[in-house]
Design a protein around this ligand. Sequence first.
Ligand code: HEM
Length: 372
Amino acid sequence: PYSWYKEMRAKSPVYFDQKQGVWNVFLYEDVNRVISDKDVFSSKRFQQSRPFHSIINTDPPEHTRLRSLVSHAFTPKMIAGWEPRIRAIATELLDKVSGQTHMDLVEDFSYPLPVMVIAELLGIPTSDRKQFKEWSDIVVSGPSSTADIQETIDRRDKAIKELMEYFSQIIEEKRKNLKEDMISTLIKAEENEGKLSSEELFGFCITLLIAGNETTTNLISNAVYCFLENQTIWEELKRDPGLIPHAVEETLRYRSPVQAIPRRAKTDAEIGGFHIKPGQIVLAWIGSANRDEQKFTDPDEFQLRRNPNPHLSFGKGIHFCLGAPLARLEAKIALEEFLKRYSSIALKEGYQLDPVNSNLLYGLKSLHIAVS
Ligand code: HEM
């Protein structure tokens, strides 16, 4: 999409798509404003009712209440405390393919890692993890072709219903026997912040699956893809693993897992001389903002030591990604363990890159590599 963004920034940085009836903005300053000005641009984007309710689609004051509750489960201290478990999961996954000369990085590593981590964080019993992963896969997967849309929706609704029943049971059990996991933490937080209904708790668990899994998978795969393209980065990181967090930040900017964030105008607004009417949808292209030449020098270069790096890949303002510290930690640990394991990596011969088919997300469906 990057050459399209460049063209749009140059020729038509605020663009109304007649067919979709949607505004598109491409410049850093405009994107920044659309995603952070909550008084003008609402997060209540969907008019249809959904089977679950998510914090991502709320405005204050509802958002303020939900955010204050769930932030108890995402304090930096809590996230840092998960480090040994995340490392154990990463190691376990790499052990499974040890001795192999080829792997599909997505299937073998970057895809299972976030689901296993979230199952662990939520306190899903190990015996239920396989079923949990199956449900998650169905809930987050899109249709493989247009003919499958109805079938996909039916399967998805069924999985959500089953997950809902499963979570109600888990929540009931945890109310009786509080532990250290995230669901227990949320139940404890209710005592101070007021009741969180079981429905809200469930909505939050599903939100974590949807918001946190594919995005983190794509961050890890996109990082390795950047190293494949530019072997000097791989070599630098091998010499100095202390630079891995910089590689994570630059991957976030250079190949942002989320490319666009939608908002709905609440009032009349003006962007770049264009008039946005109340109710209209505005798509803020963070993937383009992250390559805006007015904000970043040499934006089309992956610079390991880029500083500052004010990318917008986790959003901005009151909806700033709650899972950002977790995603950063998962990606750091994943890359550390991966770099420790292998001295060199290359694209598997004959393998054609297989991008995910979505405009809003950016990543790979598979990444076949030769490792040694
Ligand atoms: C919000 C990106 C990982 C949970 C967001 C937003 C972005 C984003 C752009 C803002 C949406 C908006 O303004 O409308 C990402 C990326 C990730 C990632 C790129 C990985 C690389 C995670 C993880 C979790 C998570 C691991 C949790 C386990 C959330 C939640 C929100 C959110 C709950 C909503 C916050 C709110 O509305 O206040 N994320 N995310 N994300 N993210 Fe993430």
